[in-house]
Write a protein that binds this ligand. Structure first.
Ligand SMILES: Nc1nc2c(ncn2[C@@H]2O[C@H](COP(=O)(O)OP(=O)(O)OP(=O)(O)O)[C@@H](O)[C@H]2O)c(=O)[nH]1
Length: 335
């Protein structure tokens, strides 16, 4: 079997991959190019997040793998990919099935690490000999360099969560989905919700303890988010002490409960040196009619109302009276 990929082709690949605007486009293009290779039958990318969870009532921390298949389908419940990646050697960059009598491997998994974002696993099926694997490793190197570049651009430096720029792209995708699949009844379990989460009196944390402790609060806060929300929710650092969550596959009641649970988790957490911290949350339904900026504006109005009415609470935009919405608007404009 001949490899049929020349140096020029690899160069053209690298050029096409580096022309992609973001991580999503890059990974779509990478998978598209891989399956064009005749000796590759299928190609899938998985994102692997290492989550540490404390079991309730126990003090020991359990490391739990969370694996997302690319691209994440937020309209479906978690598919469990842990089996696929269990038993692999995570200390090397390449795992292989046992070779057949001609020396070909039926599957190969290449890891991509060190980007600051999640670890990626490229799962290839087909028939691979040593020469092909060497070539694939070079392609992995090209992809890895570009993933590092995009993760640096699309993720927040401190918390490693996707940043504001990533939110804009993701929210547009979610809104477009609901434009085609409108959900009017918010009791529907298939709804999505957008929330802005703002740490209360964060200026005081900085003023009383210094910026370094402030940063530590932000970091722990982001880790609590990762522990409390689910596989198919999207988390972002919006900027400063503000974070955004797009919660998927939830009714109104579930959404309010989930955010309340998170609010309590923050209020009950003993932040090192700083002690107790609380969070206010403004929440709204992704309705499939409004523009993404309007949805964010609604969540922001609800957040303002939560701040105005005592903090450490959740306000649902849909529960606010028109009068209160308008009042908050005038305040928003004043500041
Ligand atoms: N340590 C740290 N502080 C930050 C960062 N980004 C923004 N801040 C600080 O966050 C604080 C936000 O303060 P305000 O907007 O006045 O709000 P607040 O004190 O949280 O009060 P409320 O939101 O009304 O409860 C400011 O002091 C910013 O300097 C950061 O990356 N690290």
């Amino acid at each position: 079997m001949s490899i049929n990929l020349t140096v020029q082709q690899i160069f053209s690949w690298a050029t096409r991959l580096s022309a992609q605007q973001d991580y999503q486009a890059l990974t779509y293009k990478f998978l598209e190019l891989l399956v064009e290779i005749p000796w590759i039958d299928s190609a899938v990318v998985y994102e692997i997040y290492n989550h540490e969870r404390k079991k309730s009532g126990e003090t020991s921390i359990v490391r739990e793998l969370l694996i997302r298949r690319f691209p994440l389908d937020f309209t479906r419940n978690n598919e469990d990919h842990n089996d696929l990646l269990a038993g692999l050697d995570h200390t090397t960059d390449l795992n292989l099935s046992a070779p057949d009598e001609s020396g070909f491997h039926a599957w190969a998994i290449f890891f991509v690490r060190g980007s600051g974002g999640p670890e990626r696993a490229i799962h290839l099926e087909g028939a691979f000999d040593r020469e092909m694997l060497e070539l694939l490793d070079r392609l992995r190197g090209v992809y890895r360099n570009l993933v590092i570049l995009h993760d640096t651009k699309e993720r927040d430096v401190l918390t490693k969560l996707p940043n504001r720029q990533s939110l804009d792209a993701r929210l547009l995708q979610v809104c477009e989905h609901y434009r085609d699949h409108q959900i009017i009844d918010t009791k529907e379990e298939k709804s999505s919700w957008i929330a802005i989460l703002d740490i209360d009196h964060f200026k005081r944390v900085n003023d009383d303890f210094g910026h370094l402790y402030g940063d530590e609060v932000l970091l722990i806060f982001s880790q609590l988010m990762e522990k409390c929300f689910r596989y198919n929710d999207f988390l972002f650092r919006f900027g400063g002490e503000e974070f955004v969550v797009i919660l998927n596959l939830a009714s109104q009641e579930t959404a309010v409960n989930v955010f309340n649970r998170f609010r309590e988790a923050v209020a009950n957490y003993n932040f090192p040196t700083v002690g107790r911290v609380t969070v206010s949350i403004g929440l709204t339904h992704v309705d499939g009619i409004s523009m993404p900026t309007t949805q964010l504006d609604h969540a922001d109005k609800a957040l303002y109302h939560a701040k105005d009415t005592g903090r450490n609470r959740i306000i649902l935009y849909e529960d606010m009276s028109v009068l209160v919405r308008d009042n908050d608007h005038s305040e928003t404009e004043l500041f």
